[in-house]
Design a protein around this ligand. Structure first.
Ligand code: HEC
Ligand code: HEC
Length: 322
């Protein structure tokens, strides 16, 4: 969170504010004409044929007021703080000033106000909670705030060549759809690892295995390539995707943590074009710097147990409507 506001903007704001104040001071100092003895002098310029101006100084009361506002604003901006945010003492956040401290304060007061609303659900078992309309409505609001960026506001997911945010409504699970496993996914996050085969398989073998994957998925494929790809698959892919490509969970719940999807069920995490499959097999997923990074963040520390509990009930409810 802290990285949303970089140090650059603090300096930028500080610089702008300081410049503005300095400008006011220069204007003030250069206009400090004092009242000379004798008659006030007329300025040299004439407007509209006969309109002339005395060189009278600015009224004292007005000038003092101006000075006072400038001095006040320096103190005010320091305390507000308008000179960018500062971290005074990391050990004592209560003494902090600045945007981050303001944010933390708002979070603390919101937690105090709304915390109990969420806490009261913590004692309820997830399956029962998923049938409680008030809890599901609260879960939906949390979902829209924290999860919809990736999973979509209707939790239907999103797919592309290099990202795959699972549909959470289709009762097809990478890790498992029982309430406890859903909660574990949210609490600890997930990052399914698929080896990058760019160094092991040559481009022909990669294209062959991609055609085999499309064949078992019931999609159009090149028969000769798919036949060769079957062997490539048996050697390299079955450890995670299972002997028939039906996914890690088809080999037993002990394998569920691998998160390797069923490739035969017609439900795709990523785009299923030949090119996208080749790209995924070549670069791997969550398997190093050249790999596709596709992770589910961990939410336990950020949201706390009570909110995660409600979110798990909400996600569970999406699949158990009928
Ligand atoms: C930055 C994107 C992102 C955000 C934000 C995000 N997720 Fe995910 N989520 C993912 C990805 C990617 C996966 C698949 C991970 C994998 O394949 O290993 C996933 C997987 C899951 C799963 C497991 C699905 C299965 O099939 O087993 C659940 C449940 C889930 N997310 C719920 C949530 C909830 C609830 C939130 C909000 C608190 C959330 N996600 C926020 C990207 C995200
Ligand atoms: C180490 C385990 C592992 C191995 C080995 C592995 N995969 Fe995967 N595969 C995964 C995981 C995990 C995912 C999901 C990645 C994610 O969540 O981002 C995946 C995703 C895929 C996808 C995308 C599926 C979809 O629904 O979009 C395809 C296609 C695929 N693998 C094909 C293969 C092929 C072909 C091989 C062998 C050449 C292979 N995998 C080997 C673990 C593995």
């Amino acid at each position: 969170m802290a990285d949303f506001i970089s140090g650059f903007w603090n300096l930028y704001v500080t610089g702008l504010v300081a410049f503005g104040l300095l400008f006011c001071l220069v204007v003030l100092v250069t206009n400090m004409t004092s009242q000379g003895a004798g008659e006030p002098k007329l300025q040299a310029h004439v407007w509209d044929e006969n309109l002339r101006e005395y060189n009278n100084p600015l009224p004292r009361w007005w000038l003092y007021l101006f000075w006072a506002t400038v001095i006040f604003s320096i103190f005010y901006l320091y305390l507000f703080p308008g000179f960018g945010s500062r971290h005074s003492d990391p050990a004592d956040p209560a003494k902090d000033r600045g945007l981050r401290a303001e944010y933390a304060k708002e979070i603390r007061s919101a937690n105090k106000q709304y915390g109990p609303i969420f806490e009261k659900y913590l004692g309820t078992d997830l399956a029962a909670l998923s049938a409680d309309p008030a809890a599901v409505a609260a879960g939906k609001r949390l979902f829209l705030t924290y999860c919809s960026q990736c999973h979509g506001s209707a939790a239907r997911g999103a797919k592309g060549k290099s990202y795959g945010f699972p549909d959470l409504t289709d009762s097809d699970w990478l890790y498992g759809g029982d309430p406890a496993t859903i909660k574990t996914s949210i609490e600890g996050g997930r990052a399914g690892v698929m080896t990058a085969f760019g160094g092991t398989l040559n481009s022909e073998q990669t294209r062959d295995v991609a055609n085999y994957v499309r064949l078992i998925a019931g999609l159009g494929s090149d028969a000769a390539r798919a036949a060769r790809g079957r062997d490539v698959f048996a050697t390299n892919c079955t450890v995670c995707h299972g002997p028939e490509g039906k996914g890690a969970r088809s080999m037993g719940e002990a394998f569920a943590v691998l998160g390797a999807p069923d490739l035969t069920d017609g439900i795709w995490l990523y785009s299923n074009s030949e090119e996208a499959i080749i790209d995924g097999v070549t670069r791997g997923r969550n398997a190093g710097p050249d790999s596709v990074t596709n992770t589910m963040p961990a939410w336990k520390d950020f949201l706390g147990d009570a909110k995660v509990h409600i979110l798990a009930a909400y996600v569970y409810s999406l699949n158990n409507k009928k």
